[in-house]
Design a binder for this molecule. Sequence first.
Ligand SMILES: N[C@@H](CCC(=O)N[C@@H](CS)C(=O)NCC(=O)O)C(=O)O
Length: 217
Amino acid sequence: MHTLYDYWRSSAAYRARIGFHLKGVAYDPAAVNILPGKDEQFAPAYKAKNPQARVPTLETESGVLSQSLAILEWLDETHPEPPLLPGNAWARAQIRAFAYAICCDIHPMNNLSALARLRAQFGADDAAIAAWYLHWIGLGFAALETEAARRADSAFAFGDVPTLADVCLVPQMANARRYKMDLSPFPRLLAWDERARAHPAFVAAAPENQPDRPEKT
Ligand SMILES: N[C@@H](CCC(=O)N[C@@H](CS)C(=O)NCC(=O)O)C(=O)O
């Protein structure tokens, strides 16, 4: 069985978990506590697996693989049903563009180590960090919401079934909620997020349903 190095509140790991549950592929979760003070991602044994010191990391019989999008695409290629990237080349490119807007442009601005650097290098306090975090999510979501209006009738982000776009949207919405963001300017994203979160695969992958979630959160 595959081992997924994971942290319950990591949105990148959340993406990978959703992919496994959508595909119905079992994995062994191995918690890596990235909470400041725990810092298990920097332990030499973990860094030997993932020199970037981030989660998720997947360990298979072929070796180790980092990066949630690479893990998801590998899953999609090895277990084609149900497809994370359905449709023709153009349709698949549209889905990727939505997913990359989140994974490449929004999420890196909010990552733990980027926020820690703001504190260490520029002396940013909690309020400044929150403003930074919300700024980048707001900017990214506004663009996605504008683009979403073109598919206002779509049940999920791209059609009647969840795709890679929903896999990336839901964890980023969870991040926004963590920082108590007002999501009302993004009604279409909210509707897609709500529908996806009711799907059993998304329920199984949700942070609150992970074994390493501390009891009092
Ligand atoms: N692009 C990477 C991002 C991975 C990432 O940044 N993971 C975060 C948690 S969401 C992490 O491990 N942060 C630890 C740190 O920054 O020290 C992916 O999609 O897998």
